[in-house]
Design a protein around this ligand. Structure first.
Ligand SMILES: Cc1cc2nc3c(=O)[nH]c(=O)nc-3n(C[C@H](O)[C@H](O)[C@H](O)COP(=O)(O)O)c2cc1C
Length: 456
């Protein structure tokens, strides 16, 4: 691995040189026409392969309805031209909320979610054309280990994990098999409401160490949901089967899937048993094949755990510690994972994650990856908070503007950890600058020179 370095490229040539010097594989194309091509998902069409990833704003009401800043965020996204808008982590039960302002989907909140959905669709058609409609996904979740429904940690874990013990609240408890079975039905109820509202798809969130992600790595759990591959995937596959049985083809089912946890075996999923620094995708590929057979046609891949090893899933310039690798190595790893899964299940539409660090050259990497068959869609996370109309600029000006790009400073994550409503502190500073400052009051500054943990 090479030393971490901040982004400092002034031309695509310089980026290409560094890719070559580091010996990593990252696809690049100067021809970006492919980014204008629609994608078919079953009988639906995604107008273009640029996707906005789920990004929690922690700004709902205390009872889980979207609030003013939630509407503002999706107004910005839906006017921005991305073909797919993946709505953020939305709890299916109140005790599974990650913070007291996380969205919560239930009958009582349905009309507020309907208003949010209607605004997204109207903004898009008002901005582009009457027939223009982004594909919309609602991410359904239980926060498991990271549950904090009243602002205080109230962890509900699926398995013991010595690497993540620091994240456990004193009052944590292990979720039982019977509770998991009942929870499957709450995901189904949430999917029914999402389908009535009109969302194209629901995501059974399976990433970043939250409950269902943890179940995939529950090698040491006993009972029906732990140990074997069949048991560890039972919760997810039962939910898929139950939604299919209840709703048929009324709503698509998809998932944000961690393909690689980067935590040692037997506590991490998608890792080589000898060396957790290397992915072993045999189980993730097996799972994606089963999902395809069950009718799933879209998966959004991610990696790592934002509370434990955030550099793995979201390469940054500034953050809580100095990552043990060059960001381009992390990016090559994420893209390589997408490529292996896309090539193993060629008819599945794979969304790759990792584009924000690349600033305006993300356009070339996205186009290169799609042209060369590494993935079918490119998803943007932090970039969308900083620069919500990046897609519009790509289509209208043929490029993204450096001055509008995300600086991967991690301040959006810092606000979240400080308990605030989050967004881009730098490019949307009028709204989020004061929130950031308020959250930091009395706290030590974030320093990159922290020693890197040996586990990373
Ligand atoms: C403030 C913030 C909120 C996020 N919320 C979610 C979420 O609700 N669901 C999810 O799957 N990922 C979430 N993520 C992760 C992003 O979707 C994305 O995977 C990550 O930022 C890496 O993509 P990027 O490099 O384009 O930013 C969040 C990330 C940040 C910084």
């Amino acid at each position: 691995m090479h030393q971490h370095r901040r982004f400092n490229y002034d031309s695509l040539e310089q980026l290409k040189n560094d890719i070559q010097c580091l010996g990593v594989k990252i696809p690049l194309s100067e021809d970006i026409e492919v980014l204008k091509q629609p994608i078919k998902i079953g009988d639906k069409t995604i107008p273009n392969p640029l996707a906005i990833h789920p990004m929690e704003g922690c700004d709902g009401t205390s009872d889980g309805k979207p609030d003013e800043l939630t509407f503002r965020r999706y107004d910005r996204f839906s006017k921005g031209g991305a073909g797919l808008i993946w709505l953020e982590a939305t709890a299916v039960v109140p005790e599974g909320r990650a913070n007291p302002r996380q969205l919560y989907i239930c009958r009582e909140n349905k009309s507020d979610f309907q208003a949010l959905y209607d605004r997204i669709i109207k903004n898009a058609s008002d901005t582009y054309s009457f027939t223009y409609k982004p594909y919309t996904v609602l991410q359904l979740t239980h926060s498991g280990r990271y549950s904090k429904p009243d602002g205080k940690p109230a962890s509900m874990i699926a398995t013991q994990n010595p690497y993540l013990e620091g994240s456990l609240s004193k009052n944590y408890r292990m979720i039982t098999d019977d509770e998991l079975e009942m929870l499957e039905d709450r995901f189904v109820q949430a999917a029914v409401i999402a389908s009535e509202i009109g969302f194209d798809a629901v995501d059974i969130k399976s990433c970043h160490g939250y409950l269902n992600s943890e179940l995939l790595s529950a090698f040491t759990r006993e009972g029906r949901y732990g140990g074997s591959f069949e048991n560890r995937t039972r919760f997810l596959l039962n939910i898929v089967d139950k939604i299919k049985a209840r709703l048929g083809s009324k709503i698509d089912i998809t998932l944000r899937l961690n393909a690689y946890d980067a935590v040692p075996y037997p506590y991490g999923w998608g890792v080589s048993r000898d060396d957790f620094h290397k992915p072993d995708l045999s189980e993730p590929i097996k799972l994606v094949k089963i999902l395809y057979e069950k009718g799933v046609r879209l998966v959004n891949l991610s990696s790592g755990n934002p509370y434990y090893n955030p550099h793995v899933g979201r390469p940054y310039d500034n953050g809580l510690y100095t990552p043990p690798q060059h960001p381009l190595e992390g990016i090559a790893n994420m893209l390589g994972i997408a490529r292996q899964i896309q090539q193993a299940v060629p008819d599945m539409a794979v969304i790759a994650t990792t584009f924000s660090w690349l600033r305006e050259y993300a356009v070339n990497v996205a186009a290169g990856g799609i042209k060369e068959g590494w993935f079918k869609l490119a998803g943007f996370g932090r970039q969308a908070l900083a620069y919500p109309d990046f897609a519009k600029d790509i289509f209208e000006a043929g490029a993204m503007e450096r001055g509008k790009c995300c600086t991967v400073c991690s301040n959006c994550t810092v606000i979240m950890r400080d308990g605030g409503k989050t967004g881009c502190v730098i490019k949307d500073s009028k709204v989020y600058g004061p929130i950031y400052k308020q959250g930091r009051e009395g706290k030590p500054p974030i320093r990159m020179d922290t020693t890197v943990s040996e586990h990373l």
